[in-house]
Write a protein that binds this ligand. Sequence first.
Ligand code: SAM
Length: 229
Amino acid sequence: MVEKDPAKIERMFSDIAPRYDLLNRLLSMGIDKRWRTQAIRELAPANGLYLDVATGTCDVASEIARQGNGVKIVGLDFSREMLIVGKTKISGKPIRLCRGDALKLPFAGNLFEGAACAYGIRNFADLDAGLKEICRILKPGGRIAILEFTTPSNLLVKALYLFYFTKLLPLAGRIISGHREAYSYLPASVMKFPDRHKLKTIFENAGFTEVKVTPLTFGISDLITARKP
Ligand SMILES: C[S@@+](CC[C@H](N)C(=O)[O-])C[C@H]1O[C@@H](n2cnc3c(N)ncnc32)[C@H](O)[C@@H]1O
């Protein structure tokens, strides 16, 4: 499944929700936590309202709460089951959860100081529309930090990584999650996602300025930061 049917994608994430965190830690060997920490350091949250788009099980929302003084966070996702897992991790934190579609954010414009989205935008049925929505809800000057998987540019590293990513990861993911498609969808959707050279233009066209794309860990993941003018 690489077509971006929102109902199918929502069901897929709901199906794997109970094992999602475990698989994240195992399959990334724990690096994913470091990527989220780095992304939120770039966002530099302080005093005000922040949105975690496609919050899933709330790891990014929790990281914003950990790093930001005086912040309030809304974590939005369309998968009820992911949010149910996330809810168990946010007690006592300034985080509210909202079930909704990232392509039609249920918020007024110019509301948030900043927004983050980790490994969500690749799943959007319409990437341009999703990015424009994020831009719309930000206050002027508001910042974003977006994480998304990519593939390494070094050819040797890329060959080794692709073996892991397209052969071992889907197998391990299928065995542990019990889901036949989810961990084959992951590499397939990453391969179809625009590469880092196109991303800058895509973010600029969605209304952002100061777009910076930083490859993390040999370029397995990209961190995109930008600002609403
Ligand atoms: C790979 S998970 C990432 C979850 C979390 N951000 C993290 O860092 O672990 C992708 C999440 O995006 C959500 N998602 C995908 N498309 C969405 C959309 N259009 N609106 C809301 N949530 C969406 C899925 O339900 C899923 O929870």
